[in-house]
Design a protein around this ligand. Structure first.
Ligand code: 3PG
Length: 215
């Protein structure tokens, strides 16, 4: 299996992608420890703060996590993410420039797509796994199911408005590759340094996703 397929397989095995906003690079280490201890060695570190690149570098250097960059809007940010060691790049929408730079840099692109036309545009760029964002306000699980019907080979990573209460709706859909969300990594808990609570929320999310796999 090539490196890109391996990365996507790792994401689907964990089933959850914590979407992280880190205000300080010094939080990256403790957050990584909490995620790993909670049983979810995965992070999508969003480029919503200036600390993102350094946080990716710290997490990727550990070697025990699947670390990606989120909220990537430009080709320059793809370079920053790849230089820091990110193995995948998530965008809220579909940008040809971002997807093409990901291919050049050998990182997996997970662009956003919530309509049939957007999915077709992604397919034309060689992308078969897309972020379905913002999930809840784009029709939720029913929309993912409807979109999956004509696109048999496409896999979705629904993100946006998902939490313990509606996680099962998404994870029970065969076309759902993994589910993204910030509920186990709240920005205020990280800023307050409450990594024990982050670990607890993470373990709880992992247990919930595990139960879902058995349904
Ligand atoms: C994202 O960028 O993917 C979202 O902000 C995550 O959505 P959530 O905070 O509603 O989980």
């Amino acid at each position: 299996m090539d490196r890109k397929s391996q990365m996507l397989t790792d994401l689907s095995r964990h089933r959850l992608v914590p979407v992280v906003v880190l205000d300080a690079a010094s939080d990256a280490g403790p957050l990584a420890d909490a995620l790993v201890a909670g049983g979810l060695p995965v992070a999508e570190v969003t480029f919503r703060t200036s600390a993102a690149g350094e946080c990716i570098r710290v997490m990727a250097a550990r070697g025990d996590m699947v670390v990606g960059a989120g909220t990537v809007l430009t080709a320059a940010q793809v370079d920053e993410a790849a230089d820091a060691g990110a193995s995948y790049v998530v965008s809220p929408g579909l940008s040809r420039a971002v997807v093409e730079r990901c291919a050049e840099r050998g990182v997996v692109a997970l662009p956003g797509a919530v309509t049939a036309s957007e999915v077709m545009a992604a397919l034309e760029l060689g992308v078969t796994t897309v972020k379905f964002f913002p999930a809840e306000t784009s029709g939720g699980a029913a929309a993912v199911k409807a979109l999956a019907a004509p696109f048999k080979d496409v896999r979705f990573v629904p993100t946006g408005g998902i939490g313990p209460k509606n996680l099962h709706e998404y994870l029970s859909i065969p076309a759902v590759h993994a589910v993204g969300g910030s509920w186990m990594v709240p920005r205020d808990l990280i800023a307050a340094g409450d990594f024990d609570e982050v670990q607890r929320l993470t373990a709880e999310a992992v247990a919930l996703a595990g139960k879902e796999a058995l349904v």
